[in-house]
Design a binder for this molecule. Structure first.
Ligand code: C2E
Ligand code: MG
Ligand code: MG
Length: 756
């Protein structure tokens, strides 16, 4: 549970989600961009192809027209020359024109069946069947003839044949025939693009293929039916056939345009057409396949996709970097927020979240909150140094983690203050014992001889309790009741503690006003000389008499004042009241008896203490030994020598000194030897016990003997019965104080009764 419990890391999730959204978005944009690119480029290509096709068609037309003009010029020259026709002249005329660059060959066929070709003369029979075919073809036409050769020429390509009749006067004497290699035409610059992207064909209006570009592959060589061949590659859809049909109908209307067919592999094939102007019955067709476009676009798209991927990768890298940085700083923040730097354990923030999660998870398990600190840790710090002291703190956490389960947790809050949540099962005491032993063992192994003791406030968590702050507060309230160096080291939170605290609060809020308005009154309890049966003096005891007349006994407020320091003011006030009492009686000439005043141990640590006492006593001009100061032996627990010195100084102020409550604590007989006490007041607890215990009586007797030997007088407190008096008389005790003679009474009553 300790580590399993984890708080939500929302900022991280947000960063990651944002990163993913951005990534997804950019991927989407990338795909969209590529598809748009593909589409646009495809459309662009279709139009581009069509434009180029028409340009190429017009080029072809123009070239044929140019060639026709040259052939016509040749024919005219031939007609002029022919009146004295001879071989040399005919060859000469042909030579004069055959150099025209677009012409492949220029020949002359006479009406009487002679062929002039490449500077030689052939008879029709020897020239071969294609000439005979041409001859017949020409004679079936009127005027110029432009057509495509039936067969291929030496260059492996078909030729455009342009024949112009040679007229001599009104009669035709032959034909000048110019040829133009389609091979060269299709390979010309204007066709480059078309050839790269696809292939070109010349067909007649019925779709019979007349010629094709050299690298044409869509229609296999030897196949002559353009329509059927193309359709055989298509997916068989009717729209393909009707588009083809429409195109062929356009041929006769001298149209141009393009159709798009769908191939078997679902690609589209564009077929551009153009009806030739210069050659009758011939159409110029180019086709290209989608995948050819793809090939073209591919590098472009590849580049675009590559850039997209690069950008995305970069973005991903940035996102990952930001995410990692955020995560790292989150971890650091978390560490700062949830770790204690001294013990390397968790801190209070973590504790609260952990405790709430644990209590919520183990609803039926009883838990207790421990709020503890190390007694006198300041001493360990000063005696062994901060490093060693910090090691002790760290060991408190480490050992807890080892001994307690992971349902339980201990953290350091600050300084030597700890907080733990512990399962309240039947092994809890054993575990705590083990824990304390381990911490002490650790400390000893580090050379710390001072015992490590914890002051612990415990709060038992109620079922379904929710507010961890309150639980911690309660445990702390319990801990705070363990004030001073008391032996008690554990306090369990209870309603009584709260009631007591409220009482303390009330006392503290009222005390200043009460002192100012005289609510603290002096009561005096007489001390009695039992040998002479007369008064021997009195003890001043404070009473808090409230406005409503209720009386509060010192047991309720003195500890509070000792805790908050107000006791100094009260004790000096009481001393002053006692002095005033003696002074007034003296001034009135009435009898006076010594008055003893209680002095808290807190007072004696005040460096101005002796001076203040001196000032008060001298200001009332109290005769020597009429004021007695009662001091308890606990004063000498620390700074013993300094306290003895203070006692000696006090004596020089003309007061007597009494040791109060002798026998109630760690009474040391040694002290009587060292401290200049005049009186010891034997505690009533000791005395009442001695009535029943014979051994105690022996001790009491010896104390009195010793006191007498030391010149110290003895006062027995708490005398309530005549038996006690008889016993004390027998032991030689002269002065007693107790309810048997008088309870503490108001100063005025005392004065009226004893000081007449
Ligand atoms: P203490 O100085 O030992 O005073 C004696 C206490 O015993 C008084 O209680 C007194 O009323 C009580 N007592 C006397 N005789 C008998 C008896 O026969 N039976 C019983 N049961 N009790 C008897 P009180 O007045 O309640 O004072 C309690 C303690 O409070 C005092 O003990 C003293 O330590 C302290 N105290 C009282 N007044 C002052 C003061 O002005 N300053 C300081 N610092 N402490 C004071
Ligand atoms: Mg006293
Ligand atoms: Mg006493």
């Amino acid at each position: 549970m300790r580590e399993r419990y984890s708080h939500k890391k929302q900022p991280m999730a947000k960063v990651l989600a944002a990163g993913l959204v951005i990534l997804g978005f950019s991927l989407g944009v990338c795909f969209w961009f590529v598809s748009i690119l593909e589409k646009t480029y495809g459309e662009e290509m279709a139009w581009e192809f069509q434009d180029r096709h028409i340009i190429a068609g017009e080029m072809l037309d123009n070239t044929i027209k140019d060639v026709t003009e040259v052939v016509e010029a040749t024919a005219r020259a031939m007609g002029n020359e022919n009146y004295e026709c001879n071989n040399a002249r005919i060859v000469n005329v042909l030579r004069g024109y055959e150099d025209f660059e677009k012409l492949s060959t220029l020949s002359y066929i006479t009406e009487d069946g002679w062929i002039y070709y490449l500077g030689l003369r052939y008879s029709m029979e020897s020239a071969g069947p294609q000439w005979e075919g041409l001859w017949e073809e020409l004679h079936s036409h009127e005027g110029n003839y432009v057509g495509i050769s039936q067969s291929e020429y030496e260059d492996g390509a078909k030729h455009v044949l342009i024949a112009v009749p040679v007229m001599y006067g009104e009669s035709r004497i032959g034909y000048v025939v110019g040829t133009m290699s389609l091979y060269e035409v299709f390979d010309g610059m204007a066709f480059n693009y078309l050839n790269q992207m696809g292939e070109c064909y010349l067909t007649d209006y019925q779709g019979d293929i007349l010629s094709r570009s050299t690298d044409a592959v869509i229609i296999e060589k030897g196949h002559t039916d353009f329509k059927m061949s193309i359709l055989s590659h298509m997916n068989g859809g009717e729209e393909n056939e009707s588009a083809m049909q429409q195109m062929m109908e356009q041929f006769a209307k001298a149209g141009s345009g393009f159709i798009t067919l769908t191939t078997q592999s679902n690609e589209s094939m564009q077929i551009s057409y153009y009806t030739m102007q210069s050659v009758e019955g011939v159409a110029f067709i180019s086709c290209y396949n989608d995948n050819l476009i793809d090939d073209k676009i591919q590098p472009l798209i590849f580049r675009s996709v590559a850039s997209c991927i690069l950008i995305i990768t970069l973005m991903v890298a940035i996102i990952v970097y930001v995410w990692a940085t955020a995560k790292k700083s989150n971890l650091t923040i978390e560490k700062l927020a949830y770790e204690d730097s001294v013990t390397k354990g968790k801190n209070i923030n973590y504790f609260k979240e952990f405790a709430m999660a644990t209590l919520g998870f183990y609803k039926e398990t009883p838990f207790v909150i421990y709020r503890f600190d190390i007694a006198n840790f300041r001493y360990i710090n000063e005696a062994y140094g901060h490093t060693k002291a910090d090691e002790v703190l760290a060991s408190c956490i480490r050992n807890f983690d080892e001994i307690f389960s992971d349902k339980e947790l201990c953290v350091r809050m600050n300084a030597d203050q700890f907080l733990a949540i512990i399962e309240n099962d039947n092994t809890v005491d054993t575990r705590l014992k083990q824990y304390k032993a381990k911490v002490n063992e650790d400390a000893r192994s580090r050379g710390i001889k001072y015992p490590i003791r914890f002051k612990t406030g415990i709060y038992q968590v109620k079922k379904h309790e929710k507010d961890i702050d309150i639980m911690i507060d309660h445990a702390n309230v319990a801990r705070k009741t363990l004030v001073g160096d008391e032996k008690e080291m554990v306090a369990v939170y209870s309603e009584q503690i709260v009631t007591d605290m409220r009482k303390v609060d009330r006392i503290e809020s009222d005390m200043q006003r009460a002192l100012a308005t005289g609510e603290f009154r002096v009561y005096l309890q007489p001390k009695w000389d039992i040998f002479q049966n007369r008064i021997a003096g009195a003890e001043a005891l404070v009473r808090w008499i409230k406005n409503d007349g209720s009386i509060v006994l010192p047991g309720e407020f003195i500890p509070v004042f000792e805790n908050n320091g107000f006791i100094e003011k009260l004790d000096f006030y009481m001393l002053e009241m006692a002095c005033r009492h003696i002074r007034e009686l003296l001034d009135e000439g009435r009898p006076i008896y010594p008055v003893s005043v209680n002095q808290s141990r807190v007072l004696l640590h005040n460096p101005d203490y002796v001076a203040t006492i001196k000032k008060i006593i001298s200001s009332y001009k109290i005769p020597e030994n009429y004021i007695e100061l009662e001091i308890t032996e606990t004063v000498f627990l620390d700074e013993r020598d300094k306290m003895i010195e203070t006692m000696k100084q006090l004596k020089s102020c003309g007061v007597t000194l009494a040791m109060d409550d002798f026998g109630s604590g760690y009474s040391s007989l040694n002290m009587l030897k060292d401290v200049p006490f005049d009186v010891i007041k034997i505690d009533r607890g000791f005395f009442s016990e001695s009535v029943t215990s014979q051994k105690s009586l022996v001790v009491l007797h010896k104390i009195m003997e010793m006191a007498e030997g030391l010149g110290i007088s003895v006062v027995c407190e708490g005398v309530e019965s005549v038996e006690q008096i008889k016993l004390l008389q027998a032991m030689g005790c002269r002065v007693v104080q107790g309810f048997y003679y008088s309870k503490p009474i108001p100063r005025e009553v005392y004065e009226d009764t004893y000081c007449r």
